[in-house]
Write a protein that binds this ligand. Structure first.
Ligand code: HEC
Ligand code: HEC
Length: 307
């Protein structure tokens, strides 16, 4: 909070408490005889409106409430940036709770860490722990069901940018991944036609029926030799390369969409998806369990299908 807003909050809180105190003081008890003389001055058809003092128990309760507010504001944060003498903060409390949970679950995680990923996926309990870790750390990008979204890969299928072995998945989690597709329009001629031809060629890898149209077949034939520029990463046949994280362009799984527009965009501007490294965010044991969870997502689905 900036100093301005801090003082803004402090002044408003102080004015409120002071205001309540002044109000109470002004209405402090009257003697019974004084009260008898007090009227509000309202008079309807001879009936006077009296100004009865506030009940004493109510006044005392109000004073106590004010006292409580002051004690609270000394002990706890409430006055702008002032931290309170107890040093409590919701963040610290959260941190302590996290540490408590971690201390309790440490033996459990140590036990999981000793087992290979292939074994762990057989235990519902471990997958449950993995699912919770996933919901807290990964679902923002990959979706609650891990099926991904545009630019965020689906982790439940058997299609992998960087490989689906336990080792490859763990590498992905520990160090993160940086997809690197450079803008390629210039390399294939730079013209709009070169780009749209190439997009058609790429689309035809998974949709060969596109070549049924003679005009498109011509475009595809024009682009085909230029695909050599792409082969270093995507492979001469377009099936991709997991060392580079270059996607398979011949299947029907698309990271960024399958329309010609999407493909042209990739060719013109490149693509650079980033999977953030988790090693500073999660413990090695947590990463091990998450590896098992992700590995199990496609594996267990296969089993469920009876494959
Ligand atoms: C900030 C968004 C973000 C978060 C958070 C995130 N990921 Fe990712 N993840 C990505 C992106 C983007 C990619 C694809 C990178 C690329 O395009 O090369 C990716 C790729 C992956 C891959 C590789 C998939 C493949 O096909 O090889 C795995 C596995 C993965 N993430 C698992 C996780 C797990 C588990 C977590 C939680 C610990 C997580 N991700 C958290 C964005 C994220
Ligand atoms: C230097 C390596 C490299 C070269 C060269 C390269 N690509 Fe890529 N390409 C990648 C990578 C890596 C990705 C994935 C980017 C990401 O994960 O964000 C990608 C993604 C794509 C995509 C998006 C795929 C999807 O699933 O949405 C298309 C389309 C594509 N490339 C086409 C091409 C074409 C056509 C060429 C040649 C003109 C080419 N690429 C050249 C590395 C390369």
């Amino acid at each position: 909070m900036s100093d301005f807003w801090s003082w803004y909050v402090i002044v408003i809180v102080a004015l409120n408490i002071g205001g309540c105190a002044v109000l109470l003081w002004a209405n402090r008890k009257m003697s019974a005889s004084e009260a008898a003389k007090e009227t509000t001055g309202h008079n309807f058809d001879g009936i006077e409106e009296r100004n009865t003092p506030l009940p004493r128990w109510w006044l005392i309760l109000f004073w106590l409430t004010l006292g409580f507010a002051i004690v609270y504001l000394v002990l706890y944060p409430g006055m702008g940036n002032y931290e309170g003498t107890l040093g409590w903060s919701s963040h610290k409390q959260w941190q302590e709770e996290v540490e408590l949970v971690e201390a309790r679950t440490a033996p459990l995680f140590a036990q999981y860490a000793a087992e290979p990923v292939e074994e762990l996926i057989k235990y519902d309990e471990v997958m449950g722990v993995g699912a919770r870790l996933f919901a807290n750390n990964c679902a923002v990008c990959h979706g609650a069901d891990a099926r991904g979204a545009r630019g965020y890969p689906n982790l439940t299928d058997d299609d992998w940018l960087y490989g689906g072995s336990p080792d490859a998945i763990k590498q992905t989690l520990v160090n993160g991944r940086q997809g690197m597709m450079p803008p390629m329009a210039a390399a294939i001629g730079g013209t709009d036609e070169a780009v749209s031809d190439m997009a058609l060629y790429v689309a035809s890898l998974s949709r060969p029926q596109l070549a049924d149209d003679p005009a498109k077949a011509e475009a595809i034939a024009r682009a085909k030799p230029k695909f050599a520029m792409c082969a270093a990463c995507h492979g001469a046949d377009g099936t991709g390369n997991q060392m580079m994280g270059a996607p398979n362009l011949t299947d029907n799984t698309w990271l960024y969409g399958n329309t010609l527009k999407d493909i042209e965009y990739a060719i013109r501007n490149g693509r650079a998806g980033k999977m953030p490294a988790q090693q500073d965010l999660l413990s090695p044991e947590q990463i091990h369990v998450l590896t098992a969870y992700v590995y199990g997502l496609s594996r267990n689905a296969d089993n469920a299908d009876g494959e």
